[in-house]
Design a protein around this ligand. Structure first.
Ligand code: ATP
Length: 284
């Protein structure tokens, strides 16, 4: 038996931190959606009680440090499955990029193994299980577009943003999400993103207002550490992207573009600055 799953990248159309909680986590408010830049996971049933992970990417861990491995172990233990699985991960999403690649792989693993081992778990059950591994995983299981609150695990599904092209560029630096959150002074944020404006633009299908209301409170932290991220934002704007934002804790910057021709022009222009550039559709 074999199943496969697509694991798309996530972008934040807005990311706000409301305050730091007594338990040390940040209370967030984020609007998230998915783009058509995806890893692909193939899962083969094994009669032997073991988990084996392989990947064409030489730069990610293939043991218990990998979130797909952790997800396989978790669902196997939770449902008392005695069979094993061989997972091949075809990695396309840049790593440590602010695109939740690892979380999406974990989500795809939970969805895939639920089918492979015929466990009959509902999406809700998978989301609960996934939340144990990471706050972004429930969203990656559900997909679509959502507002996330709490640590990111409390989701309200909303309608899809207006369809458009998304040009993504990842400068050659690795950003640690926990380092960026660690440096954020939640009580001293000068200007919070206007989440309500993002939600209204989506509700109205108003592409220009959406582009004008994008915001990410982590940008100031990452941009002060890595000025090249700011330069990349400027280049993307100069090339004509209608709205530009850093995704998650970065360093990936994305630009929203209405027309394919313009997306192609921006893509070609950026390739001179950056090796990792993608032009994809928003997933709706
Ligand atoms: P987030 O936006 O959720 O912080 P990210 O896109 O910044 O995620 P990931 O690509 O998910 O970051 O990976 C961050 C780290 O996790 C990397 O250093 C990598 O070694 C490790 N990792 C574990 N599992 C995976 C996986 N399946 N794919 C990529 N990286 C993984």
């Amino acid at each position: 038996m074999l199943v496969w799953e697509k694991a798309p990248a996530k972008i934040n159309l807005s990311l706000d931190v409301l305050y730091k909680r007594p338990d040390g986590y940040h209370e967030v408010e984020m609007v998230m959606t998915m783009v058509d830049l995806a890893d692909r996971l193939e899962m083969h049933e094994l009669t032997r009680d073991t988990i084996i992970l392989s990947s064409q990417a030489g730069y990610i861990p293939l043991d218990e440090k990998n979130l797909a491995f952790q997800a396989a172990k978790l669902i196997k233990e939770h449902y008392g499955v005695e069979k094993g699985v061989y997972i091949h991960l075809d990695k396309k999403i840049p790593v440590a990029a602010g695109l939740a690649g690892g979380s999406s792989d974990a989500a795809a693993t939970l969805r895939g193994l639920n089918r492979l081992w015929k466990l009959g778990a509902s999406q809700e059950e998978l989301m609960k299980l996934g939340a144990r591994l990471g706050s972004d995983i429930p969203f990656c299981i559900a997909g679509g577009t959502a507002v996330a609150r709490g640590r990111g695990e409390q989701l309200t599904r909303i309608s899809a943003p207006p369809q458009c092209w998304v040009v993504l560029a990842k400068p050659p630096i690795n950003v640690s999400t926990s380092d960026v959150y660690g440096r954020l002074r939640a009580a001293e944020i000068p200007k919070h993103p206007d989440t309500d404006a993002v939600l209204e633009a989506i509700r109205n299908g108003d592409f220009q207002s959406l582009c004008g209301s994008l915001g990410n409170v982590l940008e100031d932290v990452t941009l002060s550490l890595y000025p090249e991220v700011e330069r990349l934002k400027d280049v993307m704007l100069k090339l004509g992207a209608e709205g530009v934002l850093m995704s998650g804790s970065g360093p990936t910057v994305f630009g929203l573009v209405a027309k394919q021709k313009k997306a192609e022009r921006i893509y070609n222009g950026l390739r001179g600055f950056c090796k990792e550039v993608y032009a994809v559709r928003m997933l709706v």
